[in-house]
Design a protein around this ligand. Structure first.
Ligand code: ATP
Ligand code: FE
Length: 366
């Protein structure tokens, strides 16, 4: 079985051809990062124009590099939710056009489910397992019970971790440093943090420390970092593009606080799952994915919790943590194997910007 996957939910146009052994036969990714950096964030209208310009190229490149023809592919998987509506529509409209032209079935894909399942492409991980999705738009803890069955345990109450890392990076003016100029904000913070000499000079409180659920909150942390920075700037009398000398220490202290918060909430989720018997004792696995999962400090803090509680912790390779077409194609393979969600057409009204991940147990976690 071979499936073409198409991803256009945010700012990357990603396509891939994947087979049922988990082999990536062909791949393409038109990352709009470099362009958006100049506009200071994702601009939905610019992203839309770029998707429209790149979608045909991206599909052709993935198909060509696979040495297959579209007529040899079994189905087309495409992200239908959640994401920016007009951007999702570009991918879905193109998938519909291909499906009609080549008489291929369509498989609609939930972007966050695809992030959650891609690790299964190259590692045997049986259901059920715990998923932690940390990205630019989401922060979620869930139990993956099956390909199409998720239980949501906790979610972000305000900003997503990647979003605040991007905001802090911008406020710290890291983009003015040549070394960081082309990196996503979270990556720039990670690299700067490695150079810290005295991160202990900054202390940030653990968000939601006294809550026993497993929701997330990052906006208070962002405000604390901004306040510390403003104080340092006034002490040093910095102006314009000047960067405070404590920048690396601030990055390290901030990154550690993000890591500790995520680890603390994950621990709450594990405790709840044990109590409710949601995870079998011989198969204790946590999968971490989404762009922020690229961060070694954050990942290691999850590994520590995993070790303490007897869980194996995995993440996909970095290029599959951030948005890509491979995870969409793989999710298509997973659905095709089970013969679920295979349609002759997708109605554009099924394309939705907001879509919860599975059944919510958020209010039951205490
Ligand atoms: P979503 O999947 O929620 O719709 P998205 O698709 O925009 O959001 P991803 O592509 O999964 O998000 O991730 C992008 C985010 O990952 C950015 O906020 C970026 O700063 C962050 N990121 C990338 N590399 C790192 C890193 N090494 N450390 C921390 N954050 C990182
Ligand atoms: Fe994503």
């Amino acid at each position: 079985v071979t499936i073409l996957g198409i991803e256009t939910s945010c700012d990357d146009t990603g396509c891939a051809v994947v087979d049922d052994t988990g082999k990536i036969l062909g791949e393409s990714l038109y990352s709009q990062n470099d362009i958006h950096i100049r506009y200071g964030g994702v601009n939905p209208l610019i992203a839309y124009e770029l998707h429209r310009n790149n979608i045909e190229l991206a599909v052709n490149k993935a198909i060509q590099s696979s040495n297959l023809k579209i007529s040899n592919i079994d189905a087309i998987a495409v992200t239908t939710k959640p994401g920016m509506l007009i951007n999702l529509q570009v991918g879905v409209k193109y998938a519909k056009y291909l499906a009609r032209k080549f008489h291929k079935p369509l498989i609609p894909i939930h972007h966050m489910e695809a992030h959650a399942l891609v690790t299964r492409m190259y590692q045997t991980i049986a259901f059920p397992f715990i998923v932690l999705l940390i990205s630019g738009g989401h922060c979620l803890l869930a139990v993956a019970k099956d390909v199409d069955e998720f239980l949501l345990l906790g979610e972000g109450l305000d900003n997503a971790p990647g979003e605040i890392m991007d905001k802090v990076a911008r406020r710290l003016k890291l983009k003015n440093v040549t070394e960081y100029s082309l990196m996503p904000g979270g990556k720039a913070i990670e690299v700067a943090a490695r150079k810290a000499l005295n991160p202990e000079q900054f202390k940030f409180p653990l968000p939601l420390a006294r809550y026993r659920d497993c929701n997330f909150s990052f906006s208070g942390l962002k405000d604390s970092v901004f306040r510390s920075l403003t104080k340092k700037e006034s002490e040093h009398g910095t102006i314009g593009d000047e960067i405070v000398p404590e920048v690396n220490d601030l990055c390290a202290a901030f990154q550690l606080a993000v890591a500790e918060h995520i680890a603390h909430r994950t621990e709450r989720a594990l405790i709840f799952c044990e109590k409710e018997d949601l995870i079998s004792s011989h198969n204790r696995t946590i999968i971490v994915s989404g762009g922020v999962a690229c961060n070694d400090t954050i990942f290691q803090s999850i590994e520590l919790i995993g070790k303490k509680m007897g869980y194996r912790v995995y993440r996909p390779p970095s290029r599959l943590c951030t948005d890509n077409g491979v995870m969409i194609a793989w999710n298509g393979i997973e659905k095709f194997r089970k013969q679920i969600d295979i349609f002759s057409d997708i109605d554009l009204s099924d394309v939705t910007p907001i879509a919860p991940l599975g059944k919510s147990l958020v209010n039951e976690v205490k």
